[in-house]
Each structure stands twice: as C-alpha cells, then as structure tokens.
Design a protein around this ligand. Structure first.
Ligand SMILES: *Cc1c(COP(=O)(O)O)cnc(C)c1O
Length: 427
C-alpha cells in the first residue's frame, strides 16, 4: 500500500491530502457494497438481454448508405428495449445528443394544439429552446404546441393539487425530468416518478408520460419505463454509453411512441428502416455492456466527493449520506477562487489534456461566465470525469462521471490538493 501512496505523491498529491482522503474512503466500504449489488443486478440484466437477443459477432460489422436490413442496429435496439422493458427502442448514432433525442421524442409525438405539462417545474436549459419557453427558431411553440409547468413544492414533493388543475383537454404529453441537472431541487427516485405517473394517468389515461432519463440510467435497479413511463430518453455519452459510445441517443418506449419518433428522426414513411450504423454498433453495444460498472464508478466517486467536502465544512447536494438517484454531485464553495481551484484539480487528474488550465469563459446561452474541467476521450462526454460551475452565487461546482472509481478518486484528491496549495482552506 505504501507503494500506492508513493505513486500518488509523485503525481502531486501531498501526504496530508492523501491520508485525509484515505481515511474517508475507508468509512465508505458499506456504502460501496450496496452500490456493487445494484451494479451486479444491472450487469446481469444487460447480459441477459444480449443473450436473449442472440447478439452476434456479425452484428458489429455495420452498414453504409441507406442501411436497410442492418441486423446489428435492429438487434441493438431489441437489446435496449429488453433492458428498459419496453415494446420498442430507437438507438442511433444519428441522434446527436440528449437534447436531440428529447426533441425527437417531443416533436414526433405532438401535433398542433397539444400541450406539454412538466410536473417538476423548470425543464432542462436546452429543452427551453426546444419547446420555446425561451424564444428560439423552429421551437415547438412555433408549431402551435403549448407548455405548462407546475413547480415542485418547497419540500421537493410533487404539487398534486396543482398538477390535477393543470391537466386539461389539450394535455398530451407529460415531461418528467429525473435528474435535477443543474438545478437545486432533489433528483426524483424511480418510485416517485411511478407515483406521479399513476396519479396523472388516473386523471387522463391516454396522456403520454415521457421521462428525461439523463444521468439516471443504472443508478437504481429499475428504470422509469418499469413504473408506467411511455418513453424514456437519454444520451449515449452519459451513463448508458459506458464511456465507449462516441455519439448517440436512445428512446425506449411503446411501439406507437417509438414509431412516431423514428418518423421524426428519419422521415415519414421511412422510420426505423433506414440509418446506416457505419461500424459504430460495436462501441454502443460494448458501452452498454460496461454501463452498469461505469455508472457505479461515477456514483462511488460522487459519494467520495460528498464525504470529503462535507467533512471540510462545505454544503454538498446530495449530502454525504443521502440515497442517490443520479450521478451528479454539487458542492457549494461560496467563493470563485475555490471553484476555480477545484476545476484545476479535476483537469490535472485527467487522462487527456491534463496539462491545460481551465478558465472561466462566456459560454453561449448562460447569463454568467462558466468554468469547465474535462479531459475526455469522447468530447463533452459527462460520464467521464468532468466538472463545471457558473461563476455566480452560490459558487457551486457540479461534478460528475469517472469511467473508473479510482480515477474519480484521484480527481477529487487533486481538487483538494489545488485548494490546499492555494491556501483557500485552513485545516
Ligand atoms: C445532459 C442532459 C440533457 C441533454 O443534454 P445534451 O447535452 O444535449 O446531451 C437533458 N436533460 C438532462 C437532465 C441532462 O442532464
């Protein structure tokens, strides 16, 4: 073990930081064991789906051009449908990101006059543009679709009374965002999502319930599609891509909903029948195979970070002991120098671009400067260890990912190291 300590010291972690973090890690053994149980179940679930769909070597060859009869693409979609326990799935590299997947799910299933209802308040930033909450070209609002939201109660619970009042004849689709994203509310458990879906379907049975599943996949042993969601939607450069998918998005759901999505993604009349896989099926499938383990690494890293920084007196969301429903960890630092040092540490621990220094910049669409740390194999992949923070009160940093737990741990140790070196805390 002293060998390991020496390695870390050579990498720039001071003995004091190393010993402090090691002690915290020792206290997390039981917590990590609980996560391992979830991982094992999800691993077996994915493996079973691959075997039952008779996934084969030839499926990884890929097609070009139109991509008719791409058996690999079709089998991969069957595997996703089995894992998420849905009738159908659309899993494509032609879906460019999570926002695109969500835009397809919405645009494909809504018609002029329909209304979207969000029972968990504000939608994810980029979705505001998709829907037209924030004016943007080509938004759903321009096509005559309307939007309503009911905020969560201050306790973080659903406001059932006002949800009931908000449902009307035009309500066609419910948008439920599982992860808090970069908001302050709590992340929703799958159980809670199931409860609100039952409630809403009790009032209007034919409404489509869609869950933005980003960052939530494989964190629990069931997915929202198992508690009544008609569609679950996410990005392949987050949890389900396992770090190997170089691009893509997925939508799993009822056959009706997925067919509508496919007609929107490709073209009416063509739907799922086209879309060459270009040899990417191997990465997407292998990534799915690794996804439960990779997600658990990210979760353990988040728990480790919460425990390190809570012990140092900072507010962490979720806190050190809370149950987890997504992989995002927020730490409120209260000071710009602290988030800058934190991000420098995450960057310094990266396998790619470890030598660059992150600086705050004016990112399009944000009302303050943002600082980001990422040294990823897949550009922008937030299943890889990454951190970002808007340069404004309460100076909170959001950090997520880590393809391996040990890398996430090293990133957190380096973040603390930078903070200590700059004498930003006394301990
Ligand atoms: C990441 C994310 C999205 C989609 O974002 P992309 O950057 O377009 O992949 C949507 N909703 C939530 C909650 C997310 O975390």
């Amino acid at each position: 073990m002293s060998n390991l300590r020496n390695y870390y010291i050579e990498l720039g972690v001071s003995p004091k930081v190393y010993d402090f973090c090691s002690e915290i890690e020792e206290g997390l053994a039981d917590r990590f064991k609980e996560i391992d149980k979830i991982t094992e179940l999800n691993q077996v679930k994915v493996l079973k789906a691959m075997q039952e769909c008779r996934f084969a070597e030839e499926h990884m060859n890929g097609t070009t051009g139109y991509g008719y009869n791409d058996a690999g693409r079709e089998t991969l979609e069957d595997i996703y449908a089995k894992v998420f326990k849905t009738e159908s799935a659309l899993v494509r590299q032609q879906i460019t990101c999570g926002t695109h997947a969500l835009a397809i799910a919405l645009g494909g299933n809504l018609r002029p006059g329909d209304e979207i209802l969000s029972p968990c308040g504000k939608v994810y930033d980029t979705l505001e543009g998709v829907i037209g909450v924030r004016e943007s070209k080509g938004s759903l609002v321009e096509y005559g679709i309307t939007f309503k939201q009911v905020d969560l109660l201050p306790s973080g619970e659903f406001d059932y009374e006002n949800i009931k009042k908000a449902i009307n004849d035009n309500t066609k689709l419910i948008e439920i965002q599982r992860s808090k994203g970069y908001d302050v509310r709590p992340t929703l458990s799958v159980k809670k999502i199931g409860e609100v879906i039952s409630f809403i379907k009790g009032i209007k049975p034919d409404v489509i319930c869609m869950v933005d599943n980003c960052y939530g996949e494989f964190v629990e042993i069931i997915e929202p599609s198992e508690v009544g969601a008609d569609m679950v939607v996410g990005s392949l450069i987050k949890n389900p891509g396992g770090g190997l998918a170089p691009i893509g998005g997925y939508i799993c759901g009822t056959k009706d909903c997925i067919d509508n999505c496919a007609y929107r993604l490709t073209s009416p009349g063509l739907g799922k029948e086209v879309g060459a896989s270009l040899g990417v099926t191997r990465n997407i499938a292998q990534g799915l195979f690794l996804a439960p383990t990779v997600t658990s690494a990210a979760l353990k890293g988040a728990i480790f970070a919460a425990n390190v920084y809570e012990k140092l007196g900072f507010k962490t969301v979720p806190n050190a002991t809370e149950d987890r429903h997504d992989i995002i960890q927020a730490v409120e630092f209260g000071k710009p120098e602290l988030i800058q040092a934190f991000c420098e540490g995450i960057q310094a621990a990266a396998p790619v671009d470890s030598f660059v220094t992150p600086v705050p910049w004016d990112m399009p669409g944000y009302d303050s400067q943002v600082i980001m740390a990422a040294g990823a194999f897949v550009s922008g992949a937030s299943i890889e260890l990454s951190a970002d923070a808007p340069m404004k009160e309460p100076y909170a940093v959001y950090f997520q990912g880590g393809l391996t737990y040990h890398h996430a741990k090293f990133g957190i140790m380096m973040s603390l190291q930078k903070i200590v070196e700059k004498e930003l805390i006394t301990w």
